[in-house]
Design a protein around this ligand. Structure first.
Ligand SMILES: O=C(O)c1ccc([N+](=O)[O-])cc1C(=O)O
Length: 374
């Protein structure tokens, strides 16, 4: 599943002895782009295409996922890189690799995890309503996902209401945080950080959507305790970060932010932070990764961490309509939410940035964030 796909390059990344394994590519391309993809796919008899329907204008098939079927199990990869050389060459990307999920024992039940990862993955793939995905739906159904410790946070284009209102976008994240997140006492006033590679039209003030809607969901806590909203920090490379990067100004091609949109929201730069990753030696590797987290005021601990394809936009996270009874989403997005409890801890410590059982991810940038200069 991806947005930009170079099929000959993708096939060439396989080890030679696996290079003709059947490959289904799920894309959202139309018109000339679709024709180009079909022409490339025709070069390989083992490659098939599935076009995701995009019924919401301006929506994209942004999801970046691989489902790998082995003789002894299935593995899910959710990541942030397009399937083109430049996305894997000199940028900072994020990849979540699942454990190998074994086949279900014949008589056993549905094989899901306490985070309902399997249920949510099936719900997401079913949303495509595509015959060519039926084979993969049955593969997933036949496997045991009980070792999955992350929550799936998906976006599917459409107007979601009623029983589907909290199934996608920022309302799904809010729902999971309300059920399994930190207590409001545990993270009172803990700031939220949004890090992304593209920005949509967010309105004339942060109150238009960013803090009134998105931050409300990001600051949800267990139980219904409402609390004053925490600070929201944004992270997006400034002009000098891009100019001084490994790719130079060319990195800007993957940091789309239209000047017309930027002119309508000058407030954005006043709450923005630079891209710094001295901790990983990746300050010069421009970010295409997208992450969202909630941290303690001293930035030493995290209450949760999300890796996703979703940029800072209403198209990706959704926009409430009809007095909050409906969520309008334009794009397909997919991400994973890490909460401490499934990993046997009550908080994630940033300091030990070396992944192990209770620190299942690396924070890909320096904390505290570094504000833009005036
Ligand atoms: O690389 C992508 O998949 C991508 C595609 C389109 C847009 N966009 O339209 O803003 C942003 C991105 C991004 O992820 O940065």
């Amino acid at each position: 599943f991806n947005f930009k796909i170079d099929i000959p390059w993708l096939v060439a990344q396989y080890p030679v002895h696996h290079r003709t394994k059947p490959l289904l590519v799920v894309h959202g391309s139309t018109r000339q782009e679709k024709a180009n993809l079909e022409r490339e796919a025709r070069l390989f008899t083992h490659v098939d295409l599935c076009q995701a329907k995009l019924e919401m204008i301006y929506g994209t098939h942004h999801t970046k996922m691989m489902i790998l079927s082995y003789v002894n199990g299935v593995r899910v990869i959710i990541h942030t890189a397009n399937l083109i050389h430049s996305d894997w060459h000199q940028k900072t990307q994020g990849v979540w690799m699942s454990p190998l999920f074994p086949p279900l024992a014949p008589q056993s039940r549905n094989g899901d995890s306490p985070t309902n990862f399997k249920r949510d993955l099936l719900q997401y793939i079913n949303a495509y309503k595509s015959q060519s995905l039926n084979e993969w739906i049955s593969i997933i159904k036949r496997h045991d996902f009980s070792t999955a410790k992350v929550f799936l946070i998906a976006s599917v284009p459409g107007r979601h209401s009623g029983a589907s209102l909290n199934e996608f976008g920022h309302l799904k994240l809010k729902k999971v945080l309300r059920q399994f997140g930190p207590s409001s006492d545990a993270c009172k006033q803990w700031p939220v950080l949004a890090q992304f590679s593209s920005i949509g039209s967010l309105g004339p003030t942060p109150e238009s959507w960013l803090s009134s809607e998105l931050l409300t969901s990001f600051s949800a806590t267990r139980g219904s305790g409402s609390q004053s909203k925490p600070r929201l920090h944004l992270m997006y490379p400034c002009r000098h970060d891009v100019r001084l990067s490994l790719e130079g100004y060319g990195a800007g091609g993957s940091l789309p932010y239209s000047i017309n949109t930027a002119k309508k929201q000058p407030w954005f730069r006043t709450i923005c932070n630079r891209w710094r990753s001295e901790c990983n030696g990746r300050t010069k590797a421009c970010p295409h990764i997208k992450t969202y987290l909630r941290a303690s005021p001293d930035w030493h601990n995290l209450a949760w961490f999300t890796l996703t394809s979703a940029n800072l936009s209403k198209a990706a996270w959704g926009m409430l309509e009809k007095q909050g009874s409906q969520l309008m989403v334009r794009s397909y997005e997919l991400g994973v939410l890490f909460l401490p409890q499934p990993f046997g801890t009550d908080v994630f410590q940033v300091a030990s940035n070396s992944p192990d059982a209770s620190h299942p991810f690396m924070v890909p940038y320096d904390l505290p964030p570094l504000p833009y200069e005036s």
